[in-house]
Design a protein around this ligand. Structure first.
Ligand SMILES: C[S@@+](CC[C@H](N)C(=O)[O-])C[C@H]1O[C@@H](n2cnc3c(N)ncnc32)[C@H](O)[C@@H]1O
Length: 242
């Protein structure tokens, strides 16, 4: 059965705006400021959605920024909002860019959704310049319990694919990246969820509106309580190629 894609649902956009993730541009700004890219830097946003970050980086930093996303719907919406943006439909597993062309790559609430992370990370490594930066903001499980609750919940969100931080850090270091910064932004996720609850009275009503049918809200609530969902920013640097 095809999963409902929460990030394509206009209902969700009521709470996040064009940046379809917790924390909006505050987290992006922290990451980009930290990286101190050169003035003519080239950045790539993978899983860029409607290109909100691409637009933000071009406007605020004047870097060259390109976005790529699997969802043609979201790319079209982004181009409708601003036709001058450099947005393309495409997948992280086969990036249409030459080797060593990017100073930095961002994945904001999207890396968790990518099925074969090893293939994606190899692509990221190929496209990054030596010492290029990889910026990830995403969901994580604060109690480190393995995820075991996805069966039967047919809504695709980063929540169902949240990372275990140690696993992610090991995965990055085993693949030639050094983690430079890790910052917890769970309060930004809590703010987003609180605004949904303020609007709908509970998360249950929100899930049902998104799914457009009754869903097992008890199961979702139980799972959410159990996993202690968090949100993070991680900035890693690709170690120099030998
Ligand atoms: C939660 S949305 C975040 C969108 C955007 N980063 C933002 O913050 O506004 C996740 C995005 O990742 C995209 N995505 C998921 N898997 C992908 C893949 N393998 N390649 C490219 N994009 C992907 C989805 O289509 C979706 O637009």
């Amino acid at each position: 059965m095809e999963k409902i894609k929460l990030y394509e649902d206009p209902l969700f956009e009521n709470f996040t705006g064009d940046a379809i993730r917790p924390g909006g541009f505050e987290i992006t700004r922290t990451a980009v400021d930290f990286c101190r890219f050169d003035q003519d830097a080239f950045l790539l946003d993978i899983g860029c959605g409607k290109g909100a970050t691409v637009e933000y980086i071009e406007k605020e930093y004047r870097y060259h920024c390109t976005g790529i996303d699997l969802s043609e719907i979201l790319i079209k919406e982004g181009l409708k909002r601003n036709y001058s943006l450099n947005l393309h439909a495409g997948k992280a597993e086969a990036l249409p860019f030459n080797d060593e062309t990017m100073d930095g790559i961002l994945t904001e609430c999207s890396f968790s959704l990518m099925e074969d992370k090893k293939v994606v990370l190899n692509e990221i490594k190929r496209v990054l310049k030596p010492n290029g930066k990889f910026i990830i903001s995403d969901m994580y499980l604060r109690n480190n319990k393995p995820r075991h609750f996805s069966q039967g919940i047919m809504i695709e969100t980063c929540i169902l694919n949240a990372f275990i931080v140690e696993e992610l850090k090991n995965f990055l270091s085993e693949n030639g990246f050094k983690v430079l910064r890790f910052i917890d932004y769970t309060y930004r996720l809590q703010e987003l969820m609180a605004s949904i609850i303020m609007e709908y009275g509970s998360m249950d009503y929100f899930w049902e509106r998104v799914a457009n049918k009754p869903v097992d809200c008890e199961k979702i609530s139980y799972a959410m309580k159990d996993i202690k969902l968090g949100y993070f920013l991680c900035i890693a640097e690709m170690e120099k190629r030998e």
